[in-house]
Design a binder for this molecule. Structure first.
Ligand code: F6R
Length: 338
């Protein structure tokens, strides 16, 4: 399975196609029907397993379904699944390569516990562990993190089928995001300008509630694409600890970037404004990122797209190859040979 028009050796080519990849590859009819047939009232919850770039889709789907999911959605980024998982839990495991050891270990445990297990992958050992008809195949050749729009589309459609939610029209959202991105410079700083202003600084992406997964994705993308330090924090929790450390932010060149959302409650809005004014007593300005969007899904995906581009622009300024992940591969090699 290949996707025409994308240069898989270029991170820019992969990232720029983000909007067009949304909704392009969805679960086939057999899989959709199977998910639809699962009796919802017999399910305790859905456990999403995956690591790194393959874990993000699940975390973002959980954010999106946070207010409306009628079952618990949990995310496992580890070797083990929680002890309370039993055969009433559905598992969706994502591993782009299909060979990530933590994911395989957690999947084996889930299968032993009798969980009905689905996989999203290009193949690898994951596709051998799980029933063929429970596998959603995705095209090969991407860096896993750049396959996010594909993995996210697959995962959201599977969850929507399972939880009997109406399906989000990701193709239309992709088109809207593409148009919206052309107007970013009329109302917000562009990814390239933001990358310039982050030169020699360490971004601290701050999310809250719905935007937590977005902040986490941004941190990971800056780490992997720009090979640069980046952190993320979540409000309100960070107001109970991290706020006391801000005296170090200026000397450590930490730049707080608040990820804002149209879904923010009035308390969260007030909290972000108050946090900003306390931070700014001890450092230069905080940055706030907010996009214009008509729905939560569009807002979430547009912010992820924007921040993916930011990580790319940071890579350009740092003169590093955004594609390769030499150290991740080195570590995987050591672990697989022992
Ligand atoms: C590399 C990347 C990594 C991988 C992770 C797990 O682009 O994003 O974070 O996603 O090492 O590997 P997979 O996705 O193959 O299970």
């Amino acid at each position: 399975m290949a996707i025409e028009g994308i240069d898989l050796t270029s991170m820019r080519s992969m990232v720029e196609e983000f909007p067009k990849l949304l909704g392009r590859i969805l679960p086939d009819e057999t899989l959709q029907t199977k998910l639809h047939k699962i009796e919802l009232d017999k399910i305790s919850g859905v456990c999403m397993i995956g690591m790194g770039g393959s874990a993000i889709a699940g975390r973002l789907c959980a954010s999106l379904l946070l207010e409306s999911a009628n079952k618990p959605l949990i995310s496992v980024q580890d070797y083990h699944v929680p002890s309370f998982l039993d055969s009433n839990w559905i598992v969706i495991a994502t591993s782009y390569s299909g060979n990530t050891e933590e994911t395989l270990s957690a999947v084996q445990e889930a299968i032993q516990k009798g969980c009905m297990t689905f996989g999203i992958t290009t193949g690898g050992r994951l596709s051998q562990l799980i029933d063929t008809q429970n596998i959603a195949r995705v095209p090969e050749g991407f860096q896993p993190r750049a396959a996010l729009p594909i993995l996210f589309s697959m995962q959201l459609s599977m969850l929507e089928a399972l939880l009997r939610k109406s399906s989000t029209d990701l193709t239309s959202i992709g088109k809207k995001i593409e148009l919206a991105s052309k107007e970013w410079d009329t109302h917000m700083i562009s990814p390239a300008e933001l990358a310039q202003s982050l030169r020699n600084k360490i971004p601290l992406f701050i999310g809250s509630h719905f935007t937590e997964g977005i902040a986490y994705r941004a941190k990971c993308q800056v780490n992997e694409n720009a090979k640069s330090a980046a952190f993320f924090a979540v409000l309100p929790e960070a107001n109970h600890n991290e706020i006391e450390s801000i005296a170090d932010f200026k000397s450590a060149k930490i730049q707080p970037i608040f990820i804002r959302s149209l879904t923010e409650s009035s308390r969260v809005k007030l909290r972000i404004e108050a946090t900003t004014s306390i931070y700014e007593e001890e450092m230069d300005s905080c940055i706030h990122l907010q996009v214009k969007a008509d729905s939560a899904a569009e807002e979430l995906l547009q912010l992820v797209f924007y921040l993916d581009l930011l990580s790319l622009e940071m890579a350009v300024l740092r003169n590093v190859d955004p594609v390769g992940v030499e150290r991740i591969s080195k570590l995987k090699k050591i672990l697989s040979s022992n």
